[in-house]
Design a binder for this molecule. Sequence first.
Ligand code: F6R
Length: 626
Amino acid sequence: MCGITGYVGSRQTDDVLIEGLCRLEYRGYDSCGIALAQKNGKLYLNRVSGRVQLLKNQVKERPPQHGMAGIGHTRWATHGAPSEENAHPHTDCTGELVVVHNGIIENYPGLKENLIDSGHSFRSETDTETIVHLIEAELKKICGGSFRKKAPAETLERNFFEAFRRAVSKLEGSFAVSAIWSRCPELIISARMHSPLVIGKGKDGNFSASDVSAFLKYTKQVYFAEDGDIAVIKKDSILFYDFKGNTLERKLTEIEWDAAMAEKGGYDHFMLKEIHEQPAAVENTLRGRTMPMDGDFVIRELGIPSYFIKSLEQIQFVACGTANHAALVGCRIFGSFGIPCFAEFASEFSDRAKMLNGKTLVIAISQSGETLDTIIAVREARAAGAKILAVTNTVGSTLTRESDYTLYTRCGPEIGVASTKAFLGQLASLYILAGHFAVIRGTLDDSQAEEYAAELVKLPRHIEKILADEKNIRKTAETFSKSEHFLFISRRFNYPIALEGALKIKEISYVHAEGYAAGEMKHGPIAIIYPGMPVIAIAVSSENLELVNGNMAESKARGADVLAIVDEKSAAIAKAAHYIKIPYVPEIFSPMLTVIPLQMFAYYIALSKGCDIDKPRNLAKSVTVR
Ligand code: F6R
């Protein structure tokens, strides 16, 4: 997740762009940059590796710019490490065209290869740079080889639009992209496909940005661009087109948010916003990495040799907290394909590390990529000869530098301390990896792989359905808001989700909660059940459903107030006082869904207790101490 911004109008363009980037820094802040048109037909371009303040210092000395178009970007790296070369805006070969982009261009390797073959030279490792060279190539075609010829402003603008339109029509993946061309210094063109883009209509000019927080200081009048929209933005006009060049009508909306609400997309807390971002986060994780049609799993960037995957004797997961719960699900997914797996808290790993060898792959899972316990575990595993695969959300993090291979979860920055969307991204990554490994090891044949991938790509829609049940989940949570103890139980794939449900309550509501393997209840924990104690059971369809049902009955018999997370098929079987119903999926995929109501449940319990949800007491987002 990056932030893009753009402005054309009579205000000082530098100031508006820098102000917008400061507001968008929550979307990513490893590098940033701006480009703006000068009156002499040239461009100013400034990029820095680091925060917006550095950029501000760099541009503060230059003469005021009014009336000229400008675009800006604050980056959260996905393709290429955080560096000045990879920072946006990116320029074409002539240095006259610039673009900023948020999203992932899936088909960029092929496009880039063709562009290089036809003489374009690339200066960054980003997927974004492909877009600007594509616009350049189209512009050259339209202008008959060279676009340096003099022409009336109207013709130049028409050509720029046409080149931009043709270029974005060739892109696959997700993008909110804005471009300027020094020959049309008062024009910004933006487009949207699966990444947010809003266009602001102001008194002193117009705006384009990833979200309204970038320009809320200047206007509350916005157009929310839709997928497949192109916006042509000038000082006094905003026009919308589709990718075929037909004009579109878009409704102007007056928004009522203040700046803090705008950053949170109108939600009260980042945690709730991030819970709602999960369908998009999972789509981003899966994008370009599953090919359901041919039953194969393609992870272009991973590069683990097939012979190593085939000869692997074991997989060892290491992680902490929520990431460790993803690891426990991972063990069960890989295990179901016959691959021996172990998971260990990174902080408890030392003794196991000594037992590893070159036939072990260690999968280290970490949202931040900076958790010291996980990094130390990786160092110990390496010393024993194991290969390391990092599954992380953070490009260029310490973990990636200390690993042999990396799979990025691509969820965008997670700001709420309690991990939600990063967890879903970790799970989705593990499904991709397990499918990929199983195909290579021959435990998943083509048609099974096709089915597996088809189920995976349906998950974002199922998650949306659960999110739409928010009111009901909230009401259920509120009935438990005075409880002082919670017990979460389940079996097999959902045992780690019981642990995660309990962790979410503990960390944001400060209430005692335990997660237990349901089968363990009779071996001790059942003694703690008292009349009215909440027992939350994940009781989705599986061969173990009757057993979970039995555990719920045992709890109920001792007075527990049982809430069951059920699916469309298990609802008729599971017996409880309260239910939250989710869509049915095969058991192996159910953790991706069962965790969603539990995140919301924890959120609404914390809300009714008035807790500081995004910054819970005693916790930090990144734990860099042992
Ligand atoms: C819980 C939570 C923590 C982290 C843990 C590991 O909501 O966020 O338990 O999961 O500190 O952090 P990362 O994934 O950054 O290594």
